[in-house]
Design a protein around this ligand. Structure first.
Ligand code: NAD
Length: 357
């Protein structure tokens, strides 16, 4: 029996509830496919501040580095909103990403046919749903480049610098090609090569790497066009790869067109199998502790872990299929229930998913 050690960062707000749901689903899928998981909880965020005065204790970092993979709920809440910047729960997110060397962010944006009414786009545009994976570079580019103030032509000016090395582009592009291989084998590389030098190096490097992936169909798209295409015809995309800033903006656009924040998982990856898996939503303090949260984003984050960290595609697909089934059968948590339809609790939704594995 294969054995995987998972560090659990439950965090704050709905974090503990949704992580516990994902753990139950992992245990159930493990029984079915002969996978043994051990789960070790560590403190993070507000819970860590309350217990030991800092949002990311050393034991948490060490535990995450020693684990095979990390599952995170969410951090933050009004209780800690007035603390100084470096003591805030959110600081722990940047800290753990840095400590684990997570340079890739994978964010799927999937519109389930059963949830078409949640989508803000016109019905004919999303008739067949869409299923996009955005691969965003996470530790380079303009967010990390040289910045400052200087005297310019019109007096004081501020500047930020975008820099990308061939190595940084190649390693994120490799993740994207590998990801496309596990999906529909279509990769769109998004840049601004008509203007930016970094984009021209980006495009050249991605195309050089394409020779190693003849089974993946590669195309380029300018970022302004990509922003339009995402709302005009989102179903044309399979995998998208792009830089830190473009990915930041486009992944938020893509998540909004799904219309359901409680459904979207994410993964942040390092070069090896190590990674951190978490829902894209926050700690939802308004519904915390009420057994109302939608656990699906976290359950699907666990499925991403099975696929990307452990290469257990059969078990991962079983979870995704169970979620599809539950939705197709009309089950909804409160965030998705419309027109007086009855809503399942977090625990009941988790039960339904487990029953359908
Ligand atoms: P949020 O995502 O927590 O909540 C936004 C809205 O969506 C709320 O009405 C909430 O109830 C709802 N919602 C979110 N997830 C849901 C789920 N799974 N099921 C049902 N409803 C859900 O964003 P926010 O309100 O802006 O932030 C709340 C706290 O979370 C803040 O402290 C913020 O800093 C933090 N935050 C943390 C992360 C993270 O841990 N990665 C990300 C974003 C925000």
């Amino acid at each position: 029996m294969k054995q995987y050690n998972i560090a659990l960062l439950r965090g704050d707000g709905i974090g503990p509830e949704i992580v516990d749901s994902a753990v139950r689903v992992l245990k159930a899928v493990g029984e079915k496919y002969s996978l043994a998981f051990t789960f070790t909880p560590y403190l993070i965020g507000g819970a860590a501040i309350d217990a030991c005065g800092e949002p990311l204790p050393k034991t948490t970092v060490e535990g995450c580095l020693a684990a095979d993979s990390v599952l995170l709920g969410a951090v933050g809440g009004p209780k800690w909103d007035n603390l100084a910047g470096n003591l805030r729960p959110e600081k722990a997110l940047l800290g753990i990403r840095e400590a684990m060397g997570l340079f890739t962010n994978l964010r799927p944006a999937k519109l389930y046919p059963a949830l078409k009414d949640e989508c803000p786009l016109r019905a004919d545009i999303v008739e067949n749903g869409f299923d996009i994976m955005i691969v965003r570079e996470l530790t380079g580019g303009i967010y990390f480049g040289e910045r400052g103030y200087r005297e310019g032509k019109y007096g004081q000016e501020a500047f930020d610098t975008e820099a990308y090395s061939r190595m940084e582009i190649e390693r994120i592009a490799r993740v994207a090609f590998e990801t496309a291989r596990k999906r529909r084998k279509k990769l769109v590389s998004i840049d601004k090569a008509n203007v930016l030098e970094t984009s021209r190096l980006w495009r050249k490097t991605v195309h050089e790497l394409a020779a190693e992936y003849p089974d993946v169909e590669l195309s380029d798209m300018l970022v302004d066009n990509a922003a339009m295409q995402l709302v005009r015809n989102p179903s044309q995309f399979d995998v998208i790869v792009t830089s830190n800033m473009f990915g930041d903006i486009l992944s938020d656009e893509a998540s909004q067109i799904t219309g359901s924040i409680g459904m979207l998982p994410s993964a942040s990856l390092s070069g090896g199998s190590r990674g951190l898996y978490e829902p894209i939503h926050g700690s939802a303090p308004d519904i915390a502790g009420q057994n109302k949260a939608n656990p699906i984003a976290t359950v699907l984050s666990a499925a991403m872990m099975l696929l990307y960290a452990f290469n257990e595609s059969t078990a991962a697909n079983a979870i995704v299929a169970a979620v599809d089934k539950v939705l197709n059968e009309g089950y909804r948590t409160a965030d998705l229930a419309r027109g007086g339809a009855s809503a399942l609790t977090t625990v009941e939704m988790t039960d339904k998913i487990i029953e359908r594995l």
